[in-house]
Design a protein around this ligand. Structure first.
Ligand code: ZN
Length: 355
């Protein structure tokens, strides 16, 4: 089978299309025939060797995997060959205290699929049988692969951790990103008034199409003040932050008294500073959020199946063009998800999504 791997850390040039044997599922594992795989920033960080723990080499990235079960290993019960599934990317043990409390995303023994395991930039991938979720018939592989990380992460941030409430002003920073397009829609579903930022007029227009009530240009140095202005001087009740150093100061500037800032990422840098005085005087809350739970992902898939949450796919590339897909992800013009897939698009599969 084909697998896109890197044997050393570095630029996109280290990605190679290798021919390797199809892996055999071990006890408790399933073999997935990959139909679509989402491309994420963590894939690029892994390849560059800048994740907190470097991935072992050679490595196959790909955390957002959807496909068909092609084989099952010994002891697998309840997952049939031929079932259409998506892999829950936060692999968990199911037994530790956080798992028993339904917080499997912070499992004590948790691993991220495609980062701490071999991922799905390949024709086939192995996954624990306990971590695959059967797809509703109405959810295409591409849709599942485009929400497996981004949809569940956005849901976890806004609903599970951020406790978004109807009528609140919610700021979605970098709303045109893969996670941002989910954040805008989920906040609207929750009944919030959504303010979203983007760096181009075209993206701001598309954010309005997705339901954003107010759009803000985050290339303006004082965009945090514009959020305050758009909320009658109050600021956002809930700020959805995933960029890090580049947006942190203005995200705090935009935060209301008694507001919550929830953050799940820091690809522009993870070291920030802030004034404790503002934090305690305004009784603000900073909330960390990591990926999503299985339950979060199941809820997102149910909303996709019902047509209430719309995957936004910017572009698809064949597996062999994974380097181009990663380059595309780094391009500031991306709006929504970049996917790897060799499947022909079915008529009407992605509705009005642009390609
Ligand atoms: Zn656990």
């Amino acid at each position: 089978m084909r697998a896109v791997r890197f044997h050393e850390y570095g630029s996109v040039d280290v990605l190679r299309l290798d021919e390797i044997p199809v892996p055999e599922p071990g006890p408790g594992e399933v073999l997935l025939k990959v139909a679509a795989c989402g491309v994420n920033r963590v894939d690029i960080l892994s390849r560059e060797g800048v994740t907190p723990r470097k991935v072992p080499l050679p490595h196959t990235s790909g955390s957002e995997a959807a496909g068909t079960v092609a084989a099952v290993g010994p002891g697998v019960d309840g997952v049939e060959v031929g079932t259409r599934v998506v892999v829950n990317p936060t692999l968990s043990c199911g037994r530790c205290t956080p798992c028993r409390e339904g917080r499997d995303n912070v499992c004590r023994y948790g691993r991220v699929f495609g980062v701490e395991t071999t991922g799905a930039y390949a024709d086939y991938a192995l996954a624990p049988a306990s971590q695959v979720i059967a797809l509703p018939d109405t959810v295409p592989f591409r849709a599942a692969a485009s929400v497996a990380v981004t949809g569940s992460t956005a849901w976890h941030m806004l609903v599970t951790r951020g406790a978004v409430a109807p009528g609140e002003d919610v700021l979605i920073v970098a709303g045109g990103s893969g996670i941002g397009v989910m954040g805008v829609q989920i906040a609207k579903l929750a009944g919030a008034r959504v303010l979203a930022t983007a760096g181009s007029a075209e993206k701001r227009e598309r954010l309005r199409d997705l339901g954003a009530d107010v759009v803000i240009d985050h290339t303006q140095p004082d965009w945090g003040r514009q959020v305050r202005h758009a909320t009658g001087g109050k600021g956002a009740d809930l700020v959805f932050e995933h960029v890090g150093t580049a947006t942190w100061e203005q995200s705090l500037q935009a935060l209301a008294r008694n507001g919550r800032l929830v953050t799940c990422g820091a690809h522009s840098g993870s070291t920030v500073s802030f004034d404790l005085w503002h934090l305690f005087v305004k009784e603000q809350t900073l909330i960390g959020s990591f990926a999503g739970t299985r339950r979060d992902l199941e809820r997102v898939l149910a909303l996709v199946a019902a047509g209430r949450l719309r995957p936004v796919i910017h572009a698809t590339f064949p597996l062999a063009e994974a380097p181009r897909a990663q380059i595309a992800l780094e391009d500031r013009t991306v709006f929504g998800k970049v996917l790897l897939t060799d499947e022909e698009r079915r008529d009407g599969e992605e509705g009005s999504v642009r390609q």
